[in-house]
Design a protein around this ligand. Sequence first.
Ligand SMILES: [Zn+2]
Length: 264
Amino acid sequence: MPSLNDKTRVAHCDNQDELSDAELLRYDRQIAIKAVDIEGQEKLKQAKILVIGLGGLGCAASQYLAVAGVGHLTLIDFDVVSESNLQRQILHCDSNINELKVDSAKQTLAKLNPYIHINTIARQLDDEKMKSIIDEHDLVIDCTDNVSVREQVNQACFIHNVPLVSAAAIRMEGMITVFNYKENTPCYRCFSQLFGEQVLSCVESGILAPVVGIIGSMQALESIKLLLDIGKDLVGRLLFFDAMTMECREMKLLKQAHCSVCGG
Ligand SMILES: [Zn+2]
């Protein structure tokens, strides 16, 4: 197993894609995992993840992606921080009220890990712009509670074949799944057409703070596994988490033959 004393590697760290001495030390506990190793940590450094929505899920997911050393994060959200966000959106604090969420989140993430690059987008994107931004990334995390944005993101991810880690949380429950758009796998539209247009939001239903933390952390975890191509992913599986009973249930998600996005 490579060690921090590996002089050969240190001598070559001028290359931006390789890890510096300081980064090797910083990520030592993660590199110690066989499935990650130095090679995996370098993959994370090179990876570009798009985080859509910097609310409860987005804050939790992006903080773990940042500290884990995902080298390039792009944050999209056009909303500003309000007092009622602070109960669960852990990258923002009182002094950030009325600031753009992406600015507040970027400040906190940069403090958590100064070795990563963070870009921000604080406006709603039309379909063409969304497609071109998604095409520049290796993976997308959907942390929005807006169904039309979810559908737009799914369409763009399908076209460019970029994996999507999708999740939702409400009250004491959360769910998460992954779409990778490979043959015979479902897309978000295959799933959403089963549930119709009924959408509940945290505003009307409430949400217990740690629930978004758990589900958002799972999104970060699934993203890292996908980037490193390790373990068993959640493609075709919808995982439900019930915080009231601490039980998880799994549902199979099937591709719908006549799906308007991925069918035919
Ligand atoms: Zn579909």
